[in-house]
Design a binder for this molecule. Structure first.
Ligand SMILES: Cc1ncc(COP(=O)(O)O)c(C=O)c1O
Length: 463
């Protein structure tokens, strides 16, 4: 039998807290009959968020095209039927065949049109690769740009741990930079510079910087000026940018607006910084995590280099074709005049408004608990919650597992499954956990009440 010690050290070293120890414990408790509220992962359909009807109508017709020969007008919207026919004209072989490595060409074109419409900039379909979700896109980039074990990528702290885990798998180094919690988790140039200089002093080679906007786990949305600063910083140091923009539709306050890195870079007329942007159908109002659907757009790269990224994709043949079509549907939703337009709008607004309300509820309610504070999430699906344990601070026994112990106890006492801050990284001597605000509103209110009670008991060790 293959032994643990014979596994790749890189695999053993890779850490992905979102599905780590806490979740294993939650599953054990669930088997024993305990009711668990899984707030550890941004998986909207798992919280009964409904799929967008037009997406599922078109996909159903593509999965079973024989339906198109039947009288189905009472079951499917007209535009869904038309779209399914159009898609089958584009890919007469259907969705069961491999596609070109970079993806189906009409979908790549539609993605480029989506970017142009969103940002009012030119986008080149030939520099777009359709991927099995944003994770695969990011992993492709990380594997392609890490040349040796001195190469590293600057990652936010806190970060979404797919980045550090993938970097470990690729044999590169995470070069952390702290996000500024006091300044609503924006990036700070002095902190970036200090992190870069320390890496250089240690003979590391930072080849790129990753930015997640809107943020996971922070829920923060970066300002236009902040993005300008990041682009200039990357340019100054000859680094590429990995812009994770999967939460671009998840913005909840009028004070915040999504600006893509592509747009800001275009405004700055910068053409010598390579930009990798990721988008996904797992988030937004779609929440189609299971379809593994997304894209990678690359800017400022010569064709010979881009060809290597396509070669990388070709080693996996292509992204799953249902996912590619799902991406097509994400970037080209029903338009005014379409039979399903009203329904699309209604479903979209219900989902986004519900998330907006819950972001405020969770933010305000948590801030009302003594010893707990949080920046009210402006975007994404998470709150990164700071908590204090006076007895821990007093006896100075702070250690990285303190937050994990707290989260395990929270799980065992209340059934609430959140992820300890150490899984994302946090400032030394601070404690956090990340929770989603995806559960239904009543459950969120109940969850905060339970948390309040638990936190008090935990401090008093009153169990
Ligand atoms: C910041 C960020 N990027 C990427 C992903 C993964 O996206 P996908 O499902 O498209 O792989 C997630 C999932 O939670 C995420 O939070």
């Amino acid at each position: 039998m293959l032994k643990y010690n014979n596994l790749s050290q890189r695999l053993l070293d890779a850490d992905y807290a979102v599905r780590g120890r806490i979740v294993t414990r939650a599953q054990e408790l669930e088997k024993e009959g305990k009711k668990i509220t899984y707030c550890n992962i941004g998986n909207p359909h798992a919280f009964k968020q409904k799929p967008m009807t037009y997406v599922r109508e078109v996909l159903s017709l593509l999965e079973y095209p024989q339906l198109l020969d039947k009288n189905i007008s009472s079951l499917f919207h007209d535009d869904s039927i038309k779209r399914a026919r159009y898609i089958l004209e584009q890919i007469p072989e259907g969705i069961g065949a491999y596609s070109a490595s970079a993806g189906v060409s009409f979908v790549r074109k539609a993605v480029a049109e989506f970017i142009t419409k969103r940002d009012n900039i030119v986008a080149n379909p030939d520099k777009i690769i359709l991927t099995d979700g944003a994770s695969k896109a990011a992993q492709t980039v990380i594997h392609a740009i890490i040349k040796n074990s001195n190469d590293g990528i600057m990652l936010p702290i806190p970060q979404y741990p797919m980045y550090s885990a993938s970097l470990t798998m690729a044999g590169g180094l995470s070069i952390g930079y702290y996000l500024d919690e006091e300044n609503n988790w924006q990036l700070n140039e002095d902190i970036l510079t200090a992190s870069y200089n320390t890496a250089k002093l240690n003979k590391l080679n930072p080849v790129a910087i990753t930015v997640i906007n809107p943020g996971n786990p922070t829920g923060a949305v970066l300002s236009y000026e902040n993005i300008q600063m990041i682009i200039s910083f990357a340019r100054k140091h000859g680094m590429a940018i990995l812009a994770d923009e999967v939460y671009q539709e998840n913005i909840y306050t009028d004070n915040a607006k999504f600006y893509s890195f592509a747009k800001v870079m275009d405004d700055m007329q910068i053409s010598d910084v390579t930009l990798f942007s990721f988008h996904s159908m797992s988030k937004g109002y779609f929440g189609e995590c299971g379809h593994r659907s997304g894209y990678l757009e690359i800017r400022n790269m010569t064709d010979d280099v881009f060809a290597q990224f396509v070669k990388f994709q070709s080693i996996n043949l292509c992204a799953n074709v249902v996912g590619q079509i799902a991406t097509y549907l994400m970037v080209s939703p029903p338009q005014i005049g379409d039979d399903s337009y009203e329904l699309y709008l209604k479903e979209r607004n219900i989902i986004i408004n519900d998330l907006r309300e819950k972001s405020v509820i969770i933010g305000n309610e948590l801030n009302n608990i003594e010893g707990i504070s949080v920046n009210i999430p402006e975007g994404a699906m998470y709150a990164f919650v700071k908590f204090e344990l006076p007895n821990v601070a007093k006896d100075n026994s702070f250690n990285p597992k303190t937050d994990e112990k707290y989260c395990i106890k929270l799980l065992e006492e209340t059934g609430i499954c959140v992820v300890p801050g150490s899984g994302f990284g946090q400032m030394p001597n601070t404690l956090h956990f990340r929770t989603t605000f995806l559960p239904p509103r009543e459950q969120i209110i109940e969850l905060v009440a339970k948390l309040k009670d638990f936190h008090h008991k935990y401090i008093c060790q009153d169990f």
